[in-house]
Every structure is written in structure tokens, then in C-alpha cells.
Design a protein around this ligand. Structure first.
Ligand SMILES: [Zn+2]
Length: 283
């Protein structure tokens, strides 16, 4: 068995005010144990199967955590990884068939320092971003002259039907209320507009192999979606899923390169990659 990869960067486990809420997907109130991590756990909704932290920290605690942890150190982290993150985002966008030549209006939710929208603006797109971390949002505005609002999408004051594309990479799994995000994305998209959502895939090969040691089973993630649960959420808020892509068979460094290459190809073929992106059209 390959070595368990190091988990994705997360804030340390903290005691926070928490409460049990109905399932964000189906409203169910009965949960079964799913993953048991050090100091926290995930449960699975008995009705729809959505894996989630429940009880979960309150949205006030979560927002405060993202605002406060994001000091200069975090901005340094974002900036030093910016090129690598942008490269991965561009690979995902190409994989899902994002039409870079369309040059419409593009909103990046959780846009960090704005590297992606800066690039798209240079390619002729009208762009905007929202980013909870004030330092990152400030950097995007000050250094790049981008329209980036330091708030959650629901409070950004965005006009209804104003965007051709809404993109959210590794965001939805952090939100207390993923349904509210999807609903707001639908509201601000034009009819026929595109929603692009990237998130870890709990039905993927690595999640099954590593279970509670899976690199995405971290404190910061409140929901862990499968293709089935993410599709159900999008479809229940007025989207039609057009395409899903997954990628990542084994984490870099967890297995010999040749084995990793074989695993990467195999999981891609069967849609069991570690991360997925879903492309959905607003109906
Ligand atoms: Zn449920």
C-alpha cells in the first residue's frame, strides 16, 4: 500500500462553538459515523449520503477563523504558491472544456490574490472576485487593480444575472451553507451561464484507500462531496450538470513515479480521481 500522503494544509483543530444542523443537501437529521480524525470527525447523512462535519462550527467561528488566520504569513503562503495553484487551476479549466476565447464576465469566488482573474482579464474577460481573507483581497485590489470584494458571495452585492461564468476552486467544502452559495451563484449568473466547481472527491480512489488519513479529511473541510452528492446539490438549485472531470490517482511522493502515472491514468478513466470539477449550466 502506498504511504499515506501528508494532509492538505489546515488550521489546527480548535474547540469552537458548534451545533448540529440538518443535512445541507436533503434536510435529514440522522447521521452515521464516516471518518474519525484526530480531534474531529465526519458523519454521513443516513438519507442522502452527504459526508459532513456535524455538529459543525458556527459560520461566525468559521468566518472569524479565515479572517484572523490570514495575517501576513498567510499572504506569503498564497503568493509563494500562486504560480503552482494557477497552473493547477488552468489544467482543471482546460480539462472541463472551459472556453477561454468566449471573453465574457467571470467571477472567481474565493479568488485569493486574484492570479486567475488577472490572467483572464489580460485575455479580454471582464472579471471580479470575492475573497474572505482581507489581506489577499487587498493585495488583489492594490497590486493588480482587480475588483475583489473582501466578503462572502452572498454579501458582495452582486447584480442578478450579471455573469457568464462563476468559478469556485476548493471553496465549497469550506462553507457552512454550500446550498446558499449555489443559490447565489444561480442568481448572479445569466440564463445559460456556467458554474465551475472544483472540490475533493470523497468517492475517489485515494479517499477510499486512506479513509480517515485521506489528505482532504481535514478540520477546515465541513463537507466532502462525491460526484453524486455535488450533482444533486447543483441540480436542486436550478443547474444542469454538463460535464464532470476528476484527476489525481496517487499524491506526489506517496508512490514511485511510474506507479503514480499508472494510477493517475486509471482513476481518470473511471472517474475516481482525488479532485473533481463539475461544469453546470444555469437553467
Ligand atoms: Zn442528507
Amino acid at each position: 500500500m502506498p504511504a499515506s500522503p501528508i494532509k492538505t494544509w489546515s488550521t489546527p483543530v480548535a474547540e469552537e462553538g458548534s451545533r448540529t444542523i440538518p443535512c445541507a443537501l436533503c434536510g435529514g437529521e440522522r447521521f452515521l459515523p464516516a471518518l474519525s480524525c484526530e480531534g474531529f470527525a465526519f458523519v454521513r447523512c443516513a438519507r442522502c449520503g452527504l459526508v459532513q462535519r456535524n455538529p459543525q462550527p458556527t459560520s461566525e467561528a468559521v468566518s472569524a477563523r479565515y479572517r484572523e488566520r490570514h495575517g501576513d504569513d498567510y499572504l506569503d503562503y498564497e503568493l509563494s504558491n500562486e504560480t503552482a495553484f494557477l497552473r493547477l487551476q488552468n489544467l482543471a479549466l482546460a480539462d472541463i472544456g472551459f472556453d477561454r476565447e468566449a471573453r465574457g464576465s467571470f467571477l472567481d469566488v474565493g479568488c485569493a490574490t486574484g492570479a486567475l482573474i488577472a490572467e483572464l482579464r489580460g485575455a479580454g474577460w471582464r472579471t471580479a472576485g470575492v475573497e474572505l481573507c482581507a489581506q489577499s483581497a487587498d493585495y488583489a485590489r492594490r497590486e493588480r487593480g482587480l475588483d475583489v470584494r473582501p466578503t462572502a458571495i452572498e454579501r458582495a452585492g452582486l447584480e442578478a444575472g450579471g455573469f457568464d461564468v462563476v468559478h469556485a476552486s476548493h471553496l465549497i467544502e469550506h462553507l457552512n451553507d454550500p446550498r446558499s452559495f449555489v443559490r447565489e451563484a444561480r442568481r448572479i449568473l445569466k440564463l445559460g451561464g456556467t458554474l465551475l466547481v472544483a472540490t475533493p472527491n470523497i468517492a475517489g480512489f485515494q479517499a477510499r484507500l486512506f479513509a480517515s488519513a485521506w489528505r482532504s479529511a481535514i478540520f477546515d473541510h465541513l463537507y466532502l462531496f462525491s460526484k453524486r452528492t455535488l450533482r444533486a446539490l447543483l441540480e436542486s438549485e436550478g443547474f444542469r450538470v454538463e460535464r464532470t472531470a476528476t484527476w489525481g490517482g496517487l499524491a506526489a511522493g506517496s508512490a514511485p513515479a511510474a506507479l503514480k502515472a499508472v494510477a493517475d491514468r486509471a482513476v481518470k478513466k473511471i472517474g475516481a480521481g482525488d479532485v473533481m470539477m463539475m461544469r453546470a449550466v444555469a437553467e
